[in-house]
Write a new protein. Structure first.
Length: 103
């Protein structure tokens, strides 16, 4: 599904995203490997399959990871299957982030 998301991004004109990019914090400490990452704009797109919702341990890891990324100055946009069916909301969120000029 991450590959499908990547195709939708390119079709929407978003070509900056790098797949499976390692994000590091202060001193090079590993924080996360983002599904699709726009390094310049500090933006991470994460595809959340259904197991992210139904597996309690996975859900807790995802919440902690999102907090760590946001604390390090990254914006995280979480995408589900319905977002792939209608990517307009994804595009709107990306554009809003870019307009805010967060870098």
């Amino acid at each position: 599904m991450e590959s499908r998301l990547r195709v939708l991004l390119v079709e929407g004109g978003f070509t900056r995203f790098r797949p499976n990019f390692d994000i590091r914090g202060i001193g090079g400490r590993f924080i996360a490997r983002g599904d699709l990452v726009d390094v310049e704009h500090r933006l991470v797109l994460e595809y959340e399959g259904d197991h992210h919702r139904t597996d309690a341990a996975q859900w807790h890891r995802d919440v902690r990871r999102t907090v760590e990324l946001e604390d390090a100055g990254w914006r995280v946009i979480r995408v589900t299957r319905s977002g792939l069916r209608d990517p307009s909301h994804i595009y709107t969120s990306i554009h809003a982030h870019y307009r805010r000029g967060r870098r």
